[in-house]
Design a protein around this ligand. Structure first.
Ligand SMILES: O=C(O)C(=O)C[C@H](O)[C@H](O)COP(=O)(O)O
Length: 214
């Protein structure tokens, strides 16, 4: 079995930034997803880092037609299956384990797993995974590190996430081995807590205009 790249590639190439969001209050999920989609960021990653995350995925998947709802912070089979059951259309993990590979093999929902070192990336390639999250991007070595992987590990394409901001995103997007970036800057906790949906829509719109030089 291999990565379902035909389902994952459109998510990674459809927009330059995938918002990584954390829902503390269930009632925020739908207006937040709508604001991001209005700004042009339809694919979103809802992290499983809060008690309401699975309910938030379910709500957004059911109620926000224009959104492509993904799940993040998927660490094991139980998370994977719960996120799929809730309606996730893609699954993101900070790493890759045999248990996750097995869960993904049994599912029609694509997995974007994380890798940092050459050995982790080669292990992912052996499992059939060439679209990877690079996490935590800034802390692990940033764009310079990622660029240096592009020759020996040609053929792998990344979504750097972790410490990526509106400022450094263009540098990542300029690399030959980067398709998109992930980041929480488009949905800051304070703006979500205050229900500032128009401001979030503006942040999304700015992020959506960042482009990969082609
Ligand atoms: O929970 C996960 O699986 C994650 O993906 C962690 C995220 O990468 C960061 O929360 C986003 O990083 P920042 O943009 O630096 O806030």
């Amino acid at each position: 079995m291999a990565q379902k790249t035909d389902l994952l590639l459109p998510v990674m190439t459809g927009q330059p930034v995938i918002p990584v969001i954390k829902i503390a209050r269930l009632a925020d999920a739908v207006p937040l997803a709508r604001a991001l989609a209005r700004g042009g960021l339809k694919a979103i990653e809802i992290t499983l880092r809060t008690p309401v995350a699975l309910d938030a995925i379910k709500l957004v998947a059911n109620e926000v037609e224009e959104a492509v709802t993904g799940a993040g912070t998927i660490l094991n089979r139980k998370h994977f299956e719960g996120a799929v059951e809730a309606g996730s259309r893609f699954i993101v993990s900070p790493g890759l384990t045999p248990q996750l590979v097995a869960a993904a093999d049994e599912s029609n929902v694509p997995l974007l797993p994380g890798a940092v070192t050459s050995s982790e990336i080669m292990t992912a390639l052996e499992a059939g995974y060439s679209l990877l999250k690079f996490f935590p991007a800034e802390q692990a070595g940033g764009a310079a590190y990622l660029k240096s992987l592009s020759s020996p590990l040609a053929g792998v394409r990344f979504c750097p996430t972790g410490g990526v901001t509106e400022k450094n995103a263009p540098t990542y997007l300029g690399l030959p081995n980067v398709l998109c970036v992930g980041g929480s800057w488009v949905a800051p906790d304070e703006l979500v807590a205050d229900g500032k949906w128009a401001q979030i829509e503006d942040l999304a719109r700015q992020a959506a205009t960042l482009s990969k030089p082609r």
